[in-house]
Design a binder for this molecule. Structure first.
Ligand SMILES: C[S@@+](CC[C@H](N)C(=O)[O-])C[C@H]1O[C@@H](n2cnc3c(N)ncnc32)[C@H](O)[C@@H]1O
Length: 194
């Protein structure tokens, strides 16, 4: 692992992560996806191996795009969800944000980024969403920081109030908060506009 590892340590732990990843959160993502137009375009930020989230969304008939800067994660994603369009890119600079999406999902990723990068990615997502498009992301509701158990890197949630403020400034509004079976919190935001 080097300092210029764009995946912040995730490439090195890709196999261990894949072995440990359960189905937790899939029910929340699937429920959220029912708000999206049938067959709509969905971007999965930090898509990992595509199992379980990307594979479920593709099976539901969405036109799926996945980005992840970890080469081994994106290779697994391409194997597991061959119908998706994938790129080995970080959210901060991904060219996929030139497109428009009906939905954007980010499970277990936003809080890996430094605070300024989280704000920048939220703004990028908001600009890429279609009017009334939805953004689902996981992060603890409380502002907090911790060390990731796999990568040893620092994670930080900005907390519900700060995420709400950033989303409002970008033209989105939090319309729901959910907790999965593993105790992880999810924010469901909608893009306001025509
Ligand atoms: C905890 S895993 C979650 C993977 C997947 N979303 C899931 O739910 O199984 C975090 C993922 O975020 C990716 N990641 C790390 N930094 C990123 C960045 N700057 N932009 C996009 N993805 C990133 C990692 O490579 C890793 O695949």
């Amino acid at each position: 692992m080097t300092n210029d590892d764009a995946s912040a340590g995730w490439d090195a732990v890709a196999d261990r992560f894949a072995a440990l990843r359960s189905d937790v959160g899939t029910d929340i993502v699937l429920h959220w996806s029912r708000h999206l137009p049938r067959g709509g375009a969905v971007l999965d930020i930090g898509c990992g191996t595509g199992v379980p989230i990307g594979a479920c969304l593709a099976a539901e008939g969405f036109t799926l795009f996945g980005i992840d800067p970890a080469t081994r994660m994106i290779a697994a994603f391409r194997d597991n969800v061959p119908e998706a369009t994938a790129a080995c890119e970080p959210a901060e600079t991904s060219r996929f944000f030139d497109r428009r999406f009906d939905g954007v999902v980010a499970v277990g990723i936003l809080f890996l980024l430094p605070e300024a990068a989280q704000a920048a990615v939220i703004a990028r997502v908001a600009r890429a969403l279609c009017p009334r498009g939805r953004f689902l992301f996981s992060a603890p509701r409380e502002r907090c920081a911790w060390q990731d158990s796999l990568t040893g890197r620092r994670s930080r949630s900005l907390g519900e109030a700060a995420y709400g403020k950033l989303l409002r400034a970008a033209g989105c509004e939090i319309v729901g908060c959910h907790r999965d079976g593993g105790g992880n919190d999810y924010f469901d935001a909608v893009a306001l506009g025509a």
